[in-house]
Write a protein that binds this ligand. Structure first.
Ligand code: ADP
Ligand code: MG
Length: 588
């Protein structure tokens, strides 16, 4: 084909793909516009997860009648005028792309009136073209209605998840802005039911309660960077450079933790951002305070000179670049660490590190000798018949192994005919449970256990969406879960392997794992669910195992079809061959 410039509709749709990924992206852009317009009350209404309808109504500045058509042109914005402005962006929007992008993949209606104008404007745009404009009576502010999102983009429509899941994403988008703007009242009405409301009191703590509930909010402490006077003293005596930003927010006490880092939320100059390195800074502040593999909940707001941060990195503006990223990292880490030490109700300094404690030599000695005694000649013969020289691809069975001991409360050391094996106890147990559960599932014989008392779960809409989407699968793999109205569910039974003291947390964790694999192209939903259950039910790293427990685990792993990897594809076993050991020790 010859090279040619794409017609504007096609170029528009391609560009829109970057900005409008799913209904929640539309909500995010419209919220940003309302906030930029100075609104103090923003009401969001959606139907069918936003696919049928998204409406955002605000009491902000409104759009002057002479400009309302222009608002839909690509790169049309009232927030920037020249290149220099790009270096000091103080608004959430600036690319002038959102309305144009949204309008090119849906039907948009705008009703808007600036306070100083007596008559409002009503504008209808279909697939990017203005099809009607007329004067109309209207309250001061702007109402944008988006209907039939992606109707003209079947590729996108196909990737939309169930309405409950999309509603969950929208809920998250709104709660993020509510946290960043406590002085604005936000509400979400989904299918005629109000599911979220913030008070607009101006207090971050009030929003924390509205978003996460009182139980969670009570387990958080306030985070604030050192008082400015203290910082000034430090700078005077030359102990530190002035930090590039001020930090404030809330972080969980060590008593509250979650299965992943999605509950660590950052805002830079009140813009929500994603930043792995900063999440790591927060996690580091909790070093040794949380159980292995658990993560804190935190809401951290950074304020800094706009010239210190580049927000023009990503079309959706969710990634930023800091001029002094190291300074920002340490400001966040030290603010959180200080809060934990100064304000935590737990005597944190008294905690001893939980990883890699000194080995218990006596116990170790007994493990080693017990292992030796266990090796019988019959087993040795079997080992010789199952040499382990196959390449490490595909489902390769394990040889019979002799357990030697445990390292770091995490790895099992074992000996086989071809050398030494290190087994990750968690990954291995996950694999074992996974194969057992899948086999039981195929024969429709998953064993479940009825709870003494049904468990009442009241979930946030995002998790409720996950649960709703997987309800029938959950019931197939041994849960008995029933909808209980709205975002509530009743759990009557759980798979037998999941009989743990805290079923509620276990179930929330499983829904979280499922959400992380939120990829429509990932493996079957059913397998993902089973894998998530097994991940939760498996022995954790950092857990001391008796010799019998290790033997049992290794025996079961030997029986597995694909013993070499966990259900998520990580290795369960590392093999150090005799040759390798001899070479390393210079015997060859
Ligand atoms: P950007 O926000 O990057 O400027 P948008 O396409 O989102 O680009 O919006 C274009 C323009 O329309 C904005 O610059 C603003 O002037 C106007 N606008 C959009 N939504 C609103 C609103 N809710 N209230 C007032 N003005 C708005
Ligand atoms: Mg905008």
């Amino acid at each position: 084909m010859p090279i040619r410039v794409l017609p504007p509709e096609v170029a528009g749709k391609i560009a829109a793909g970057e900005v409008v990924e799913r209904p929640a992206s539309v909500v995010k852009e419209l919220l940003e516009n309302s906030i930029d317009a100075g609104a103090t009350d923003i009401r969001v209404e959606i139907r069918e997860g936003g696919r049928r309808l998204i409406r955002v109504a605000d009491n902000g500045s409104g759009i002057p009648d002479t400009e309302v058509t222009l608002a839909f042109a690509r790169h049309a914005t009232s927030k920037l005028k020249d290149v220099e402005d790009l270096d000091r962006i103080a608004t959430l929007g600036f690319r002038g792309e959102a309305l144009a992008s949204i309008a090119s993949v849906s039907q948009v209606t705008v009703l808007t009136r600036p306070r100083g104008q007596s008559m409002g404007q009503h504008l209808q745009v279909d697939a990017g073209k203005v099809i009607r404009q007329e004067g109309r009576g209207s309250p001061a502010g702007t109402v944008v209605t988006v209907e039939h999102l992606f109707r003209s983009v079947p590729a996108r429509l196909k990737f939309l998840r169930q309405p409950q899941t999309e509603t969950g994403h929208i809920h998250i988008a709104i709660t993020r802005y509510a946290l960043a703007y406590p002085e604005i009242r936000f509400s979400l009405t989904a299918d005629a039911r109000k599911t979220f409301q913030s008070s607009g009191s101006g207090e971050l703590y009030d929003v924390l309660i509205a978003v996460y509930g009182l139980d969670v909010a009570e387990k958080t402490i306030e985070v604030a960077s050192a008082r400015e006077s203290e910082q000034a003293d430090d700078v005077k005596v030359g102990t530190s450079a002035p930090p590039p930003c001020l930090v404030h927010g809330y972080a969980s006490t060590p008593a509250l933790h979650r299965a992943n880092r999605t509950y660590i939320t950052f805002f830079v100059n009140r813009r929500w951002i994603q930043d792995r390195s900063l999440a790591h800074a927060v996690a580091q502040a909790y070093h040794t305070l949380l159980p292995v593999g658990r993560h804190p909940l935190a809401v951290i707001l950074l304020s800094m000179d706009p010239a210190e941060v580049d927000v023009n990195v990503h079309p959706t503006k969710r990634e930023v670049k800091f001029r002094n990223s190291r300074g920002v990292f340490s400001a966040v880490q030290s603010a959180v660490r200080h809060a934990l030490i100064d304000r935590s109700p737990v005597p944190v300094l008294a905690h001893s590190p939980q990883t890699w404690p000194a080995p218990d030599w006596e116990r170790r000695q007994s493990l080693v000798s017990a292992g030796r005694g266990e090796q019988d000649p019959a087993q040795l013969v079997m080992e010789l018949y199952r040499p382990d020289d196959q390449p490490l691809v595909g489902p390769v069975r394990l040889p019979l192994l002799r357990v030697v001991g445990q390292v770091g409360q995490t790895y099992i050391v074992a000996e086989g005919p071809q050398g030494m094996y290190l087994i990750d106890q968690h990954a291995a147990h996950e694999r074992i449970l996974y194969e057992q559960m899948m086999a039981e599932h195929e024969q429709e014989s998953v064993t479940s256990q009825t709870l003494l008392e049904p468990l009442h779960l009241d979930l946030d809409p995002a998790l409720a969406g996950q649960l709703g989407e997987h309800l029938s699968f959950l019931n197939d793999v041994g849960f008995i879960v029933e909808p209980f109205g709205g975002t509530s569910y009743l759990v009557r039974a759980v798979p037998s392997i999941l009989v743990v003291p805290d079923v509620r947390t276990a179930l929330v964790d499983i829904l979280e794992f499922l959400r992380q694999g939120d990829d429509p192209l990932a493996a079957q939903a059913e397998e993902r669910l089973v894998a998530a259950v097994c991940k939760r039910a498996a022995i954790k790293a950092g857990q001391t195992l008796t010799n019998e427990e290790m033997q049992h685990l290794v025996r079961q792993l030997e029986q597995c079809e694909s013993p070499r990897t966990c259900p998520h594809g990580r290795p369960t076993v590392l093999h150090f061959s005799v040759e390798q050991l001899e070479k390393e020790f210079g015997r060859r």
